[in-house]
Design a protein around this ligand. Structure first.
Ligand code: PEP
Ligand code: MG
Length: 322
């Protein structure tokens, strides 16, 4: 089976009726690049930059960050690389960053909320990202966007930083895509408006499920509510994909759901353009997609979104991929 998968390494991801989707990898550090390349990823769909800030006693400098981003962009040799700006807070804490004690950290001061408040932290990262942009195909993504204003504020700051660099005589690519994670229901519901001002969406199902079902993703007592295939979630995803496509924008997914064997046929049918997962899942997902037919998956997806329970969706999927 390993041999069979290896053959797929350098092939594009095509359905049996020749519809192309992109299979990308999630990474946490530049050290993950080797696995990404050996497993035949078509890009990086999520570089979680938190690692750069962890296990140390102070914030990483602009230069340290620049080197890490440059390494990943160079290593991917022109293939797209989505780098997510700092998503600290929630369950992820930094020893050198005093955070207020919160009753609900997952609903609190984290990610873009913190970055828009502590702008000196955010600006350092944005400078490093923009400086690295000339070394490959960079896509910058903001986490935990809940409102249009947050996205606009983040983008304005990014543009200010870009101008600053240009004034200093530092080159910045003018082909950087700027997108956002869709992991909060408010953003999914307003996707038609967001789609006009972003270059792409990446759906973060780990958090989107948590916030849609109001079920803490770390709490085992409510883990039965972690239901990627629940029709409610499928409808939110469909809303996002349809809204984006209407504006000619692409949609990826970088939560665990993107590599879930039962979810892939449905996501394909909903029109998802990019699936980002752990590198080790890529080849088996490519193999699965090669067997699927886009027209059939399209029907499956629409039917799935019309069911009332997760079990019903699971049965539908199992019947259709037999
Ligand atoms: C997500 O929420 O789905 C996601 C990819 O981000 P993280 O798991 O880092 O919160
Ligand atoms: Mg998330």
């Amino acid at each position: 089976e390993q041999e069979e998968l290896k053959v797929l390494k350098d092939q594009p991801t095509l359905t049996n009726d020749d519809y192309h989707v992109e299979l990308a990898a999630n990474i946490g550090t530049p050290n993950d690049l080797k696995g990404v390349i050996s497993h035949g990823a078509e890009g990086i769909g999520l570089f979680r930059t938190e690692f750069l800030y962890m296990n140390r006693s102070d914030f990483p400098t602009e230069e340290e960050q620049f080197k890490a981003y440059q390494k990943v962009l160079k290593g991917m040799n022109g293939k797209p690389v989505v780098i997510r700006t700092l998503d600290i807070g929630g369950d992820k804490e930094l020893p050198y960053l005093k955070m207020p004690k919160e009753l609900n950290p997952f609903l609190g001061y984290r990610a873009i909320r913190l970055c828009l408040d502590r702008r000196e932290i955010f600006k350092t990262q944005l400078r490093a990202l923009l400086r690295a942009s000339t070394y490959g195909s960079l896509r910058i993504m903001f986490p935990m966007i809940a409102t249009i204003q947050e996205f606009k504020d983040a983008k304005t700051l990014l543009n200010d930083v870009k101008q600053e660099l240009l004034d200093e005589g530092i080159q910045v690519s003018d082909r950087i895509q700027i997108g956002m994670m869709v992991e909060i229901p408010s953003a999914a519901l307003l996707a038609d408006q967001f789609a006009k001002i972003v270059d792409f969406f990446s759906i973060g199902t780990n958090d989107l499920i948590q916030y849609t079902f109001a079920a803490d993703r770390m709490n085992e007592h409510v883990s039965y509510l972690y239901q990627p295939l629940n029709p409610s979630l499928l409808r939110l995803i469909k809303l996002v994909i349809d809204a984006a496509h209407k504006e000619g924008k692409w949609v990826g997914m970088c939560g665990e759901m993107a590599g879930d064997e039962l979810a892939v046929p449905v996501l394909l049918g909903l029109g998802l353009d990019e699936f980002s997962m752990s590198a080790t899942s890529i080849l088996k997902t490519r193999k699965l997609i090669k067997k699927l037919n886009m027209k059939d998956m399209n029907k499956l997806a629409n039917k799935a979104a019309d069911q009332s329970t997760t079990d019903e969706v699971v049965n539908l999927v199992n019947d259709s991929i037999k």
